[in-house]
Design a protein around this ligand. Structure first.
Ligand SMILES: [Ca+2]
Ligand SMILES: [Ca+2]
Ligand SMILES: [Ca+2]
Ligand SMILES: [Zn+2]
Length: 415
């Protein structure tokens, strides 16, 4: 027995010494570029999308792999490639019927992980496409910073292109992922010109993600459609009073690639659009209850909803029951891995997926505040954490909401 153990340990030691001595050798696939033909497509035109795939690793791929094209989450083409030598690249061309407005194109190489690579995180390329009847003039609109005023949000919109941006130029304000206001700039912005745009907005209390985007619906063709937005976190008064329950919404690192795969959104849209939209839905569910939600880590004592990459199917969420909310620092879970592994949930369009995730999170928070499952249904329906479609349009039942308002009153006098 003892001798066998010794031999095993030796073998492990030798194996790891060998691995240390060598540099890792493997292929590394990337999508190097994506080009359109015609470069500025008009509505109803056939668009050719050319993706250049390259092996930037140190070994040939030695196996077949897939290049997958998706337009707004819908698969439009799949190609099989094989045997790319180190440094070698290949073009693949997908045909696409351009739909008017803005489309997020996602090209992924080896999405099903057939090839073991030096870097698995650089295989996805997002390109934002505007299909519009308006002529390309050399414009490239960007938003450079934003400021919250008492009655408005001010943003600096600039044309960094080589030609003019012609009016009308729409500028949209998103609050926690929701387009709440659009203003129209009625003047031409010549190359290099900038303008301060004031978007009216009645301020809301609490942490908010504000995002201002030039040409939000993709009506103006530009050299770069991915640099049009500027996003920032703000916290508006009043600060939470002593009766408030602070709740931190935390997305574990491993949950983000799963959300990316489900939504096909670029990171920027995921962080400043999709995830804040989950918070917005939870705020609506808890309207009139003294709960404050944070996406950045809050100060002081707080409870957490951890959005984890775990797959615990059929369970989508889990939380301790704390009747009376005596503990103000509980942790509840929403299993993004379970959402990802459930086909019916994985394929939900992003706005609906945000609502479904939020409903499970609101349900778990309900437990953390002392609510049990409610046989009358609503958000505390026992099935909510297995099938959130059942509660996608549900609120808390009146008796549940009454309880929540009683333990977390908005007014804090006498305490
Ligand atoms: Ca790679
Ligand atoms: Ca632009
Ligand atoms: Ca545009
Ligand atoms: Zn439950």
């Amino acid at each position: 027995m003892i001798r066998l153990k010794t031999v095993l340990i030796l073998a492990i030691a030798l194996g790891s010494a060998g691995a240390w001595a060598r540099q890792p050798e493997a292929p590394d696939l990337i999508v190097q570029a994506v080009k359109l033909s015609p470069p500025y497509p008009k509505p109803a035109s056939k668009v050719q999308i050319v993706a250049t795939v390259q092996n930037v690793g140190t070994r040939p791929t030695n196996d077949t792999f897939v290049v997958e094209f998706k337009a707004n989450r819908v698969q439009i083409a799949v190609f099989f490639l094989s045997d790319l030598a180190p440094g070698q690249s290949a073009d693949v061309t997908a045909e696409w019927d351009g739909t008017a407005g803005e489309t997020i194109l996602r090209v992924a190489v080896d999405p099903f992980r057939r090839i073991s690579e030096l870097d698995e995180t650089n295989n996805i390329f997002h390109k934002i496409i505007n299909v519009t009847a308006r002529e390309f003039t050399g414009a490239d609109l960007v938003t450079n910073g934003l400021q919250a005023q008492p009655e408005s949000v001010r943003a600096l919109v600039k044309n960094i292109g080589t030609g003019p941006a012609l009016p009308p130029i729409p500028v949209g304000l998103y609050v926690d992922g929701e387009l709440v206001q659009t203003v129209i700039v009625e003047q031409e912005l010549s190359s290099g010109a900038e303008i301060v745009v004031s978007v009216p907005w009645g301020r809301e209390a609490g942490e908010k993600v504000l995002r201002v985007k030039a040409d939000p619906l993709g009506e103006i063709p530009e050299t770069d459609e991915s640099n049009n937005a500027w996003s920032d976190y703000f916290e508006f008064a009043p600060t939470p009073n002593a009766c408030a329950q602070i709740v931190s919404l935390e997305f574990a690192l491993g949950s983000l690639p799963l959300l990316e795969e489900m939504t096909s959104l670029p990171k920027d849209e995921l962080l400043f659009g999709f995830i804040p939209a989950i918070r917005r839905q939870m705020e609506r569910d808890y309207e009139g209850v003294n709960v404050r939600f944070y996406l950045r880590q809050p100060m002081g004592v707080f409870s957490r909803i951890l959005f984890s990459p775990e797959n615990r199917l059929p369970i989508l969420g889990l939380a301790p029951l704390d009747y009376g909310n005596f503990r103000k620092n509980d942790t509840g879970y929403v299993f993004i891995g379970s959402f990802h592994a459930n086909r019916g949930l994985r394929l939900a369009p992003p706005p609906l997926l945000a609502i479904l995730i939020a409903k499970v999170a609101s349900h778990e928070l309900g437990h953390m505040l002392g609510l049990e499952h409610n046989p009358n249904g609503g958000i505390m329906n026992a099935q909510a954490e297995i099938n959130p479609y059942l509660v996608q349009n549900e609120k808390f039942r009146p008796e549940d909401l009454e309880y929540l308002k009683r333990i977390l009153p908005m007014e804090c006098s006498g305490r």
